[in-house]
Design a protein around this ligand. Structure first.
Ligand code: CA
Length: 228
């Protein structure tokens, strides 16, 4: 993993670096908030280990500022301050966990493991969509019905993804033309009916119904009865 450590205390920095490198991680070091922010913005890291009391700023503010600039790297706060309100503040500003100094290195590694695993799991989860027996994996670009893989063309796949992201809502043909085909001024939307019929046919090959309902004069709705 690629780890960014923002910490001004040289002894802690050296210790954290040694432990991380010993566990086969690549470590970037910053001894102040400015440099830490620069590194966090220019390189993608798997986790940021962040001290609260830095010579040129406060770790909580840095954390908040990174989150506001869309850095969603998991952040583990490391600090001597053990008051509960500081912990709560840290978690409220978008940190993922909190470890109080002095800490033992096994606990540090265990926390890092847990945070990065959670982050990987939540990323993987976001790449999956489902609706009853229908399932889409966005990373693999796979579509399954009733656990059976169904091969879709590119356009069919993109249409299926759009329907699944907007399930249980009526979607007009114009909306589909715009969002799936990127066509903005089109009066000839009959090809959408054609693609919908392809999808229905493929779904029905593996399921009892095709899930896609036609809403007269309005469009289509992908009907799911999931509890979500
Ligand atoms: Ca410090």
């Amino acid at each position: 993993m690629n780890v960014l450590v923002i910490e001004d205390d040289p002894s802690v920095r050296t210790l954290v670096r040694a432990v991380l490198e010993h566990n086969n991680n690549e470590v970037h070091l910053a001894d102040n908030a400015t440099k830490g922010k620069e590194l966090a913005l220019e390189t993608e890291h798997d986790i940021i280990i962040l001290d609260l009391g830095l010579p040129d700023g406060n770790g909580l503010e840095l954390c908040e500022s990174l989150r506001s600039q869309d850095v969603d790297t998991p952040i583990l706060i490391l600090s001597a301050k053990h008051e509960t309100d500081v912990k709560v503040k840290g978690l409220n500003t978008g940190a993922d966990d909190y470890l109080t100094k002095p800490f033992n290195t096994e606990e540090l590694m265990a926390r890092i493991e847990a945070i990065t695993r959670r982050s990987r799991e939540s990323f993987a989860k976001k790449q999956e969509l489902s609706c009853g027996e229908l399932y889409v994996n966005l990373i693999e670009r796979k579509f399954r019905v009733n656990d059976e893989e169904v091969s879709l063309t590119n356009n069919e796949f993109n249409l299926m993804v759009y329907l699944m992201r907007n399930k249980n809502r009526t979607i007009s043909q114009d909306e589909l033309a715009k969002n799936v085909w990127d066509i903005h001024f089109d009066t000839q939307t009959n090809y959408i009916n054609v693609y919908i019929s392809y999808l229905r046919k493929k779904i029905r090959g593996h399921a009892e119904n095709d899930y896609i309902e036609t809403v007269r004069k309005k469009g289509f709705i992908l009907r799911c009865n999931d509890k979500e």
